[in-house]
Design a binder for this molecule. Structure first.
Ligand code: SAH
Ligand code: SF4
Ligand code: F3S
Length: 479
């Protein structure tokens, strides 16, 4: 198979943050008509790894593919187009993808017309792309995170030229509006407000894979939220790698607090946002969260480490004390606030004492939820160049110790919820027990309870009867 390389990634270009104004554009409909004739009745399958940014990208791709005539399928075996939407944040995220493609390779032999596409954060890295292209010659389409708007012409080119297409341009990225979306949930919607990341935490690959921070225009975000309210959505989650940076790149003089307030005023029943970087979380934002009852009192506030030296080496831009002061202000102003976090154990050369600072911070903040990770070197990031003298076994031991502390606090909070009544947005039937419904409280606790399926998509009052570390059991009290 011939390979046509339109663009390949370049880490240096991907890191370029020279000031330039954000480019706003609309979807390219080039090839729409030609493609729609070619793929009548054909099926597609998408598998997504990684964070909400990738899930939201899947929704856009689904919207585009279904508009042009593709039919969704849950079976890769019957699909004529398979897209693997990858994540590169840690090595184990990549390993999952290598495993998956091994399983899919044989399908290209069965179906000579199969378009097998790779997108997402893995393909944005030159080394990984090279490895994928040599190990899996069967894959005939690679496209980058800035390329979604060109999906039609890329698929058309693979189908008609019978060649492998690689289109991954490392660029600041643009904001493409008016892309269709086929949302994966009928009641809860993700709304992008800012793409990319400018923080360059020294361990993290995301700024290289997702480009420069660029905000959507205030009115564009608001219009999308209003139409979601009109369509009956109950919950909106505003998305960005760092939502607090919203608006800094716009001429509009609007910040994240202004946006939160405007979206709260649309009357959406539940408003959430993720992720917040502690560095630019302002008092004005805290005041807005406190003021509007429909803004959920739940903040995901990654700390990463409780030690000043490690925080500095990570490039996090705040000290332990600044983080704790922020938490104090939040808890003072927002009664009933739930906090969750992300923590990395085993940053290069982290000592036992430095690690213990994270443990004491966890004991002080008493998070309601947490994601903990063992540091995974990402090629091309500054931290990956540091020689590390800590054995993996030590990191694993510390990881287990930290999780024990986190779980103790989470359990204590969950136990306190027993006997009280909470509002739960019913998601669906419980994954483990068909007779049970499940959903999340305002503070983002998962609850299982008996109830009729007709309640799915509504908000019900549930009295908590039993608590487990990561979920609660309850019973409906309002019929
Ligand atoms: N923009 C978000 C999400 C970043 S990725 C944020 O800043 O919070 C989600 C989490 O993955 C990070 O918070 C961090 O805890 C973890 N992570 C990122 N890079 C990592 C690495 N190289 N090794 C281990 N964990 C990592
Ligand atoms: Fe990565 Fe830091 Fe940006 Fe989050 S803020 S995406 S951890 S560089
Ligand atoms: Fe993974 Fe990319 Fe998200 S690396 S966590 S899919 S931004």
């Amino acid at each position: 198979m011939k390979t046509k390389i339109i663009n390949t990634p370049d880490m240096q270009k991907a890191a370029d943050r020279r000031p330039s104004s954000t480019v706003f554009s609309t979807m390219s409909v080039k090839s729409f008509d030609e493609l729609s004739k070619l793929i009548k009745g054909k099926k597609y399958y998408i598998r997504t790894y990684g964070c909400q940014a990738n899930i939201r990208d899947e929704e856009t791709m689904r919207g585009m593919l279904e508009n042009v005539g593709y039919i969704p399928s849950n079976e890769p075996e019957e699909a004529d187009l398979i897209i693997i939407n990858t994540c590169a944040v840690r090595e184990n995220a990549e390993d999952k993808v290598y495993g998956e493609i091994g399983n899919l390779k044989y399908l290209t032999k069965k179906n000579k017309e199969l378009v097998l596409g790779f997108c997402g954060c893995m393909v944005e890295q030159p080394e990984i792309l090279k490895r994928l292209m040599t190990t899996f010659p069967e894959v005939n389409l690679y496209f980058g995170t800035h390329e979604l708007g060109n999906l039609y012409s890329l698929i058309y080119a693979v189908l008609t030229n019978k060649e492998r297409i690689v289109s991954i341009e490392s660029k600041p990225g643009e904001v493409v509006e008016n892309l269709p979306a086929c949302r994966l949930n009928r009641f809860k919607a993700f709304v992008n407000i800012i793409y990319g990341c400018n923080k360059f935490c020294t361990y993290c690959i995301v700024p290289y894979t997702r480009g420069k921070e660029r905000s959507r225009k205030f009115e564009d975000v608001l219009d999308e939220c209003k139409s979601l309210v009109k369509a009956g959505y109950k919950e909106i989650t505003l998305l960005g790698q760092n939502v607090n940076a919203y608006g800094k790149d716009l001429d509009e003089q609007k910040d994240f607090a202004d946006l939160l307030e405007a979206v709260a005023k649309t009357g959406i029943e539940r408003l959430r946002f993720t992720t917040s970087h502690p560095w630019d979380f302002s008092s004005k934002m805290i005041d807005i969260i406190a003021k509007y009852p429909n803004i959920m009192k739940f903040i995901h506030l990654p700390v990463q480490s409780g030690n000043d030296k490690i925080l500095k080496l990570m490039g996090r831009r705040y000290s332990r004390q600044q983080y704790l002061d922020l938490v104090k202000e939040m808890r003072n102003k927002i009664p009933g606030l739930s906090l969750s976090t992300d923590i990395i154990v085993g940053f290069p050369n982290e000592t036992e004492d430095e690690f213990q600072d994270t443990v004491t911070l966890v004991d002080e903040v008493k998070y309601e939820a947490a994601f903990t990770f063992i540091y995974s070197p990402r090629k091309g990031t500054p931290a990956a160049k540091i020689e590390d003298n800590v054995p993996y076994a030590t990191k694993s031991k510390r990881f287990i110790e930290l999780v024990k502390h986190l779980e103790k606090h989470i359990e204590e909070k969950s136990n306190k919820m027993v006997g009280n009544v909470y509002k739960v947005l019913v998601d669906g039937t419980s994954k483990t027990d068909e007779g049970m419904l499940s959903g999340y409280t305002e503070e983002n606790k998962l609850v299982h309870f008996k109830g009729d399926e007709s309640l799915i998509g509504t908000i019900v009052d549930v009295k908590i009867t039993e608590s487990h570390t990561y979920s609660l059991i309850g019973e409906i009290v309002n019929g």
